[in-house]
Design a protein around this ligand. Structure first.
Ligand SMILES: Cc1cc2nc3c(=O)[nH]c(=O)nc-3n(C[C@H](O)[C@H](O)[C@H](O)COP(=O)(O)OP(=O)(O)OC[C@H]3O[C@@H](n4cnc5c(N)ncnc54)[C@H](O)[C@@H]3O)c2cc1C
Length: 540
């Protein structure tokens, strides 16, 4: 059965970081906005999690196994480490319905996509980075407009940052950020050693400091400042970490805004003054359509590629794909072994270590340094060669000295990285995204060399690498570049305003236009760009 429903000024597809920010800009300008989303939510674990810190929960809550280990042992990854194995049980709803509606066929690329209310932003590590001028130029973005957009987004979501050796790479010229957050004992010890060894490290182009994070150190509206209870990857109770659903909940109070969940947008068609959006109701499988003056796609880079390729009926059309190569290296800081586990700490990245060989804030590598506890505990015990009881005792002693370094590398487009849409009889949508991702030998060598450099830097900081873990291509969860910005009116590209070339009313607010991916996390820049795209859609 096919239904024709709502008509509105603007349709925004997706409630993730980009959809939420774009919709907010439209609504604040007085536009009538309809957000279409699949919008899965967690109703299972959320009510079970007490408002207590991780250690108190471990000591007192009889129900803890249900959300820490998961009722189906979701916290213990079986088989190889792959993209998304670090999602906690209360975040696994982010993956609901993905196998059903977002089918991928690939031998060498394993993406993480989400059909959740708030998208991947339910699980993001909240790392925010202002891109430098040369980085923005290579991406295809305007530096002056982006600086102003970064400030707008920072005021909306709340970012805490610090002035230190890393700030040119983190907050850059941003001036409206909150006071820095507290780091834990592991990170303090590393930072102290950095100050002693600074000259040696700087001479080799390494710079260490605190990351800028979308967490509050001061209350913002109804959101509370961080409580350092180390439960940030399990619960959003105090809303101290920014999640896009927080923005959408605010928008729902506005008469100009309508949110419709359970709607999987499949394609659009345009006529002279309207765009028609077709969707499937994911509960009933009914086909529904909506019309609006303008459409903003914010369905995640891979999701948007599907919608655009279907709408242009372009099977076999290859689109380029960018994804930061990523790997991590667990390290041991021997001076911290056997220390008492802290109660007052948080789970996000504690420090950022940048390697900038040209000293131009361009084509740098970035490592985030975590002292995982709540997130990794069960996995580490499982990986231990000892039996569970001995492993648990051993880990109690060992855990205080474990540091995990996640390294992101910059990413440029090349022939071996692309996707296209294949017909599929078995898929509900009738198609699968076929992805091929191969790095050149030179890219692989550069990554290995960079990891060696980082292992040296960590050793200088008193941390010794235990092993290298390669979670496979796609695991950075930073995707971009499928519809690259282009000032000519070329098909399958975006105008600098975010308008899809070849259309007059379809805009793309996610990272599809980015022609380059710096190693720094992209999401703050995605949100700033989404704000600018929404402004263009209002005025063009
Ligand atoms: C564990 C983890 C840690 C991360 N850490 C960081 C970090 O520290 N820093 C950083 O910069 N980035 C980080 N990221 C990446 C960051 O989460 C993403 O870049 C960002 O959330 C992407 O936002 P988006 O709005 O473009 O897309 P998404 O979050 O993918 O949102 C897409 C939205 O569209 C909806 N949707 C999709 N297809 C359709 C359709 N056909 N019809 C209707 N609705 C649809 C979905 O329901 C969803 O609401 C991390 C990601 C993860 C998972």
């Amino acid at each position: 059965m096919s239904l024709t429903a709502e008509t509105t000024d603007y349709i925004v597809v997706g409630s993730g970081c980009t959809g939420a920010i774009a919709a907010q800009t439209l609504v604040e300008a007085g536009a009538k906005v309809l957000m279409l989303d699949v919008g899965k939510q967690d109703n299972k674990y959320k009510p079970l999690i007490p408002d207590k810190d991780f250690l108190t929960i471990r000591e007192t809550d009889q129900q803890q196994y249900r959300y820490l280990l998961g009722e189906n042992f979701e916290a213990i990854p079986w088989g190889n480490i792959k993209t998304g194995t670090h999602l906690t049980p209360p975040r696994q709803f982010m993956l609901d319905l993905v196998d059903r509606y977002l089918q991928v066929d690939s031998e060498n690329f394993s993406p993480l996509e989400s059909l959740a209310y708030g998208g991947l932003g339910n699980g993001w590590g909240v790392g925010c980075y202002v891109f430098s001028k040369p980085e923005l130029e290579k991406i295809g973005l305007d530096k002056i407009k982006m600086m102003s957009a970064y400030k707008t987004v920072s005021a909306r979501i709340g970012i805490s940052g610090a002035k230190d050796d890393a700030s040119p790479y983190t907050i850059g010229e941003l001036d409206n950020y909150q006071a820095e957050f507290e780091i834990d004992a592991n990170a303090k010890s590393i930072y102290k050693r950095y100050l002693k060894k600074k000259q040696t490290l700087n001479k080799k182009d390494f710079f260490l400091g605190k990351p800028a994070l979308a967490i509050l150190t001061k209350d913002l509206g109804e959101r509370k400042k961080i409580a350092y209870n180390d439960m940030e990857f399990y619960s959003d109770r105090d809303q101290s970490a920014y999640r896009p659903w927080i923005t959408v909940e605010e928008l729902k109070k506005h008469p100009n805004f309508t949110y419709i969940s359970d709607s999987l947008v499949t394609e659009f068609t345009e006529n002279s003054d309207r765009v028609r959006v077709k969707a499937i109701n994911t509960n009933t499988n009914e086909k529904v359509s909506y019309t609006s003056k303008k459409l903003l796609l914010a369905s995640g880079v891979l999701g948007t590629a599907r919608i655009v390729l279907r709408s242009f009926q372009s099977e076999d059309k290859q689109l380029p794909l960018l994804c930061n190569p990523y790997g991590y290296i667990p390290c041991l800081q021997p001076t911290m072994l056997g220390r008492e586990i802290e109660r007052h700490k948080m789970g996000f990245a504690q420090l950022s270590l940048f390697h900038d060989p040209n000293q131009q804030n361009f084509d740098i590598a970035m490592a985030s340094i975590y002292s995982y506890r709540s997130l990794m505990l069960f996995r580490l015990i499982k990986e231990s060669p000892l039996n569970f009881v001995d492993g648990r005792i051993f880990m109690k002693y060992f855990l205080s000295g474990i540091v995990v370094m996640g390294i992101h590398h910059p990413e440029t487009s090349s022939n071996g990285k692309y996707l296209h849409l294949n017909r599929s009889e078995t898929a509900i949508t009738g198609d699968k995204l076929k992805i091929n991702y191969q790095l050149s030998d030179l890219e692989k060598q550069t990554i290995t060399q960079k990891e060696n450099d980082y292992i040296w830097a960590m050793q200088t900081l008193g941390c010794y690498a235990l092993k290298r873990v390669n979670p496979g291509y796609g695991s950075s969860i930073h995707y971009a570049g499928t519809l690259p910005f282009n000032e000519q009116n070329t098909a399958y590209t975006l105008a600098p305003t975010g308008r899809l070339n070849g259309t007059h009313s379809v805009y793309v607010a996610d990272g599809s236009g980015f022609k380059y991916l710096p190693a720094k996390g992209l999401t703050f820049s995605l949100m700033a760009n989404a704000h600018l795209v929404a402004e263009s859609a209002l005025t063009e």
